[in-house]
Design a protein around this ligand. Structure first.
Ligand SMILES: NC(=O)c1ccc[n+]([C@@H]2O[C@H](COP(=O)([O-])OP(=O)(O)OC[C@H]3O[C@@H](n4cnc5c(N)ncnc54)[C@H](OP(=O)(O)O)[C@@H]3O)[C@@H](O)[C@H]2O)c1
Length: 348
């Protein structure tokens, strides 16, 4: 097995004291660091580079890592986590999330899939385990957004709850400490909250200044679910296949650029700082030390002013970047149908 070219772990000079990084409290009373490192290398970075970044990020003070089986790099990240713990960081001081992929919602695949993530990540338990998407649909990694699975299914609540029961079982088996959802909508979450024995501790959702999802954000916060924000910088380097002509660029927004000038930081850092201050948990990705360190460092500095927070609140463009086209289940639909735009679950 290839392992990242990383020797042993040690804390780096010039990092951030993890004890000073803000945390959010979950419904169990446990705390999650208010920023994590994303680990989806996309088409651009190898698993080895991402695993190296995990090691480097821990050395500068990160304690939270957002992983997923579909990212294809958990076995390499596991090597880094092993080094980090051998280097003296206690397991209980780390927060590691993984996610169940869409083709593993079935009862027979479920536990095996979680156990594989645990083995790959070299852990006895996961802090967070999320249902990555609410649609049970296999599509090849990296496929074109026009590609459709003949077996694609809509969201069917009773099937989702069968999956959720398995998630709850993972908690009772001690394999997972918190379970959560991802890529959900208000109407879907309402039903899950009605029927769950263990409610989601977190909901991972796309959140950045041009896509603030105020209704979903307020909904989850109001129910004691911590919002984890993916693509917090507006994913400027996502693959071309995930870009459309109408997409906007958060880090070029004049409000973000102006605040960045005042703080003498890259506009990406303003997006991260705003996210933490608003109350979501951003999980920015970067393999570059200067970038992931700046993203972590901004969480402990002086806050944005109230006026700046208001200005950023005012630049929401409702611009969803991760549209999920490959999950569409019948002809004649648009990607908006996946997100229940009429306030009720889009009928099958
Ligand atoms: N649950 C889900 O369905 C889901 C979906 C998407 C993503 N995610 C998670 O969210 C994570 C983050 O999303 P993402 O990677 O798409 O987008 P992102 O974090 O918004 O953007 C990452 C890019 O921003 C740039 N960047 C980061 N920090 C910077 C800094 N301080 N200064 C300048 N540029 C900076 C980097 O570009 P350069 O590399 O060019 O420097 C990096 O590749 C993923 O890694 C994954 O863990 C989850």
């Amino acid at each position: 097995m290839a392992t990242p070219n990383c020797g042993s772990f040690s804390n780096a000079a010039g990092g951030v004291d993890p004890a000073k990084v803000p945390t959010r409290t979950l419904h169990t009373g446990a705390k999650i660091p208010a920023i994590g490192l994303g680990t989806f290398g996309s088409d651009r970075f190898s698993g080895e580079e991402v695993a190296e970044a995990v090691l480097g990020a821990a050395a500068v003070g990160y304690r939270h890592f957002d992983c997923a089986s579909v990212y294809g790099n958990e076995h390499l990240i596991g090597h880094s986590l092993g080094q980090i713990m051998k280097g003296g960081i206690k397991r209980q001081d780390l927060w590691v999330t993984s996610k169940l992929w869409n083709d593993k919602h079935g009862e027979k695949d479920f536990i095996a899939s979680c156990e594989k993530s645990l083995k790959d990540l070299q852990l006895d338990y996961l802090d967070g385990y999320l249902v990555h998407w609410p649609f049970p649909n296999y599509h090849a990694p990296g496929c074109d957004v026009r590609s459709r699975s003949p077996d694609a299914k809509p969201y069917i609540h009773e099937n989702f709850m069968k999956t959720w029961r398995q998630m709850e079982k993972l908690v009772s088996l001690g394999l997972v400490r918190h379970i959560g959802t991802s890529n959900m909508t208000v109407p879907k979450l309402r039903l899950v909250l009605r029927d769950a024995k263990i409610k989601p501790a977190v909901n991972e959702m796309e959140l950045h200044p041009h896509f603030q999802q105020p209704e979903l954000f307020e909904f989850v916060v109001g129910r004691g679910i911590v919002p984890i924000g993916f693509c917090p910088i507006g994913s400027p380097t996502r693959p071309d296949r995930d870009k459309t002509e109408t997409d906007t660029v958060d880090i070029q927004d004049p409000v973000i650029v102006r605040i960045a000038r005042r703080l003498n930081v890259h506009p990406a850092v303003v997006c991260v700082k705003w996210a933490v201050q608003r109350g979501q948990v951003p999980i920015p990705f970067s393999v570059y030390r200067n970038e992931y360190l700046a993203n972590l460092g901004c969480t402990v500095g002086d806050p944005l002013t109230d006026a700046e927070m208001k200005q950023v609140a005012g630049i929401d463009r409702n611009c969803r970047l991760i549209k999920g086209q490959v999950f569409l289940w019948k002809d004649g639909q648009t990607w908006e149908d996946l997100w229940d735009p009429r306030g009720e679950i889009t009928p099958p």
